[in-house]
Design a protein around this ligand. Structure first.
Ligand SMILES: Cc1cc2nc3c(=O)[nH]c(=O)nc-3n(C[C@H](O)[C@H](O)[C@H](O)COP(=O)(O)OP(=O)(O)OC[C@H]3O[C@@H](n4cnc5c(N)ncnc54)[C@H](O)[C@@H]3O)c2cc1C
Ligand code: SF4
Length: 537
C-alpha cells in the first residue's frame, strides 16, 4: 500500500471498524460517557437509510416475493462457511428476528462445573448487569424466567409480547411434559413507539423487513447519532489493513481503507484507539490480513489463537402433531422457550440446550388437488382444507445445543478466493472438540426423547425423525477472551493482549457459543468494552 501526499488522512480519537449492532451499541454508550470524544465508524457496506420506503418493500415482498434488501452485500467480499453475507450499515441485525435470550451462568463455567471446554474470564454477576443494560437499550420485551436460577438484577424493559390464542394452547400442552415455558424475549416495541421507532402492528407479517421499525434495527440508532453529531460514519469504506508505526512499540497507528467508488485511493485513518467490531468472520480476518514483519502471523496473534475456536451452536429440529386445536397464522414468528436444560446436574451425561415451540401450518395449507389427484375448487377446496385444518395441530420444535469448538475449528485465509484488491478471503471450517463429537449421538437421543415426551402429553407424535443442522447458528469466536496471553487473543474487556490500543468486541471474543441466540450476549459484552474504553480515553 503506497502512501501518497494526495491520499486523504482522517484523524479521530476512536476508530471503530464495522457498523453492525455491536458497534452501534458501543459508540452510543461511549458518546454518552465521553461526549468530547471524536468517534469515527468505518463500514464496508452502504447505508440503507430509506425507512420511508420500507412499507413498500414489505408489501412487495409479501405480494411478489421480492427480496427487499438489494445491494446489502459486497459481491467480491465473501467468505466460505459464513451463514450471512450482509455487509451494510446495521450489519446482520438489519435482518435479525430480535430474539434476545440470555446465556446462563453455566456458559461461563463449563470447565469448573463439567471439566469441558473453557471458563470465561468474567463473573456472571457482572455480565448479568450488562444484560440488563443491553435489554434496556434494545427495549427487550420479556417475562421473568420461571426458573429461580435465572434471577435478574433488573426488570425487562417491557412486559413480554402477548401470547396468541395458539401459543396459549401450546404453552399449556408443552408444560404437561414437566418443562416450564415463557414467551420468547424480543427486541421489539410491543405496544408503543420508542426510541424513534414505531410500535408493532402484531399483524404476523414479520419477515425480511419491518415497516414500522418496531423490531430493533441499528440503522435507526446510527441515523440518530449522526444527526446529533455524536459520531462520524464513513460508509462503503473497506478497511484492508491495520498498520503500526516503526518505533512506536506494538501500538496500532492507522487503519488503511478504500472506498468502493475509489478503489485506487488509500484512506488513512489515524486514531488513539482502534476497535474492531466487524463480527466473528471479518474481525479475525482483518487481524490475519494485517500481518507485518514484526507480527508475521497476523496482529494480536502471538498466541496463534486468531481464527481458532470458531464457535456457535448446532441445533436439532422436529415437527409434531398433537390433538389440541390451534388455528395457524395468528403469530407464526412468536414462540415459546424453556430454559429447563440450560443446566445439567454435575455427574449426569452432559447435555445443554434451549427448547423452542412454534405454531406451524405444516400439512394444513389449502390444496388445489385432493389425495387422489382430482382438481379442488370452491366449496370442495374449502371442505377438504377444513377437514385437515380443524383437526389437531402441527407444532414446530427446536433445540439449540451446546457445541464446543476444537482448537482446529478455524478461520483461515483462502488463497483460492480473492477480492478486487487481491486480498485472500476467509474460509471457516467449524469443528467440535473430542468430547462434543463423542456425545453427538447422546445429544440427539436426549432431544428426541424430550420432543417425544412433549408430543405424547397430548396423544401426539413426532412426524419424521428430528434432524441435526448442517450449520452452526449465531456464529462467534476467532479472537477468544482469556487471562492467559498464551492461550487467548483479548482480555475480558476485548483489549488485545499484544496491542494496548486495539480492542476486539462482541461475537469474536466468545470462548464458547452458548445454547441459545447469541446477539444479546455480544451486545452486553460490547457495552462492557465501552465502559473500559471510556475509562482509558
Ligand atoms: C436472518 C437473521 C436472523 C437473525 N436473528 C437473530 C435473532 O433473532 N437473535 C439473535 O440473537 N441473533 C440473530 N441473528 C444474528 C445477529 O444478526 C448477529 O449475531 C449480529 O447482527 C452480529 O452483529 P455484529 O455486530 O457482531 O456483526 P455484523 O452484523 O456482521 O456487523 C459487522 C459489520 O462490519 C462490517 N465490516 C466487516 N469487515 C469490515 C472491514 N474490513 N471494514 C469495514 N467494515 C467491515 C460488515 O460489513 C458488517 O456490517 C440473525 C441473523 C440473521 C442473518
Ligand atoms: S409484526 Fe411487528 S415487528 Fe414484525 S414486521 Fe410487523 S410491525 Fe415489525
Amino acid at each position: 500500500m503506497q502512501i501518497r501526499a494526495s491520499n486523504p488522512v482522517h484523524e479521530c480519537d476512536i476508530c471503530v471498524i464495522g457498523g453492525g449492532i455491536t458497534a452501534v451499541m458501543l459508540v452510543e454508550r461511549l458518546a454518552a460517557l465521553k461526549p468530547d470524544l471524536k468517534i469515527t465508524v468505518l463500514e464496508a457496506g452502504r447505508s440503507i437509510f430509506d425507512r420511508e420506503n420500507r412499507g413498500t418493500y414489505h408489501r412487495r415482498a409479501i405480494e411478489y416475493g421480492e427480496h427487499p434488501w438489494h445491494d446489502d452485500y459486497i459481491e467480491d467480499q465473501q467468505a466460505k462457511g459464513m451463514i450471512s453475507m450482509t455487509m451494510a450499515v446495521g450489519g446482520q441485525a438489519l435482518h435479525w428476528g430480535g430474539a434476545c435470550n440470555r446465556f446462563s451462568e453455566e456458559d461461563l463455567r463449563l470447565k469448573s462445573l463439567y471439566g469441558l471446554a473453557d471458563d470465561w474470564p468474567i463473573e456472571w454477576s457482572e455480565l448479568e448487569r450488562y444484560y440488563v443494560q443491553a435489554e434496556r437499550r434494545l427495549n427487550v420485551a420479556g417475562d421473568p424466567s420461571p426458573y429461580p436460577e435465572d434471577r435478574r438484577s433488573g426488570p425487562y424493559a417491557q412486559p413480554a409480547m402477548p401470547l396468541s390464542y395458539n401459543l396459549q394452547v401450546l404453552k399449556k400442552w408443552a408444560e404437561q411434559s414437566g418443562l416450564k415455558f415463557s414467551p420468547l424475549p424480543l427486541s421489539r416495541n410491543v405496544s408503543a413507539p420508542a426510541d424513534g421507532r414505531g410500535a408493532c402492528g402484531l399483524y404476523d407479517t414479520c419477515g425480511d423487513v419491518c415497516p414500522t421499525g418496531a423490531r430493533y434495527s441499528p440503522d435507526y440508532t446510527y441515523q440518530q447519532l449522526i444527526a446529533a453529531r455524536k459520531i462520524t460514519l464513513h460508509d462503503r469504506m473497506l478497511v484492508r489493513k491495520l498498520v503500526m508505526q516503526p518505533g512506536s512499540g506494538d501500538a496500532i497507528s492507522a487503519a488503511h481503507a478504500y472506498h468502493q467508488d475509489r478503489p485506487e485511493q488509500l484512506n488513512e485513518y489515524r486514531a488513539r484507539l482502534f476497535v474492531l467490531a466487524s463480527g466473528q468472520c471479518w474481525s479475525p480476518h482483518l487481524l490475519l490480513l494485517s500481518a507485518n514483519l514484526k507480527h508475521g502471523t497476523g496482529l494480536a496473534n502471538r498466541s496463534g489463537m486468531v481464527g481458532r475456536f470458531m464457535n456457535g451452536h448446532k441445533f436439532i429440529s422436529a415437527q409434531a402433531t398433537i390433538d389440541e386445536q390451534t388455528f395457524p397464522g395468528q403469530n407464526m414468528t412468536h414462540s415459546l422457550i424453556s430454559r429447563e436444560y440450560f443446566r445439567c446436574a454435575p455427574g449426569r451425561p452432559f447435555v445443554r440446550h434451549d427448547t423452542r415451540v412454534w405454531e406451524s401450518s405444516a400439512g394444513k395449507e389449502p390444496r388445489l388437488r385432493s389425495a387422489d389427484g382430482g382438481l379442488l375448487l370452491g366449496d370442495a377446496l374449502l371442505d377438504e382444507w377444513r377437514s385437515r385444518a380443524f383437526k389437531g395441530s402441527s407444532v414446530r420444535l427446536r433445540a439449540y445445543y451446546d457445541s464446543h469448538p476444537s482448537r482446529d475449528s478455524r478461520l483461515t485465509l483462502d488463497e483460492s478466493s480473492k477480492n478486487r484488491y487481491g486480498d485472500p478471503m476467509p474460509a471457516i471450517d467449524r469443528r467440535l472438540d473430542a468430547a462434543a463429537t463423542a456425545r453427538e449421538g447422546a445429544t440427539l437421543a436426549h432431544c428426541t426423547e424430550v420432543f417425544e415426551r412433549m408430543a405424547k402429553a397430548s396423544n401426539g407424535r413426532l412426524t419424521g425423525k428430528p434432524s441435526v443442522s448442517d450449520y452452526w447458528d449465531h456464529p462467534a469466536g476467532g479472537c477468544r477472551m482469556g487471562t492467559d496471553p498464551a492461550t487467548s487473543v483479548v482480555d475480558s474487556h476485548g483489549r488485545t493482549h499484544d496491542h494496548e490500543n486495539l480492542f476486539v468486541i462482541g461475537a469474536p471474543t466468545l470462548p464458547t457459543g452458548g445454547c441459545t441466540n447469541g446477539t444479546l450476549t455480544f451486545v452486553a459484552l460490547s457495552l462492557r468494552s465501552a465502559d473500559r474504553i471510556a475509562e482509558l480515553s
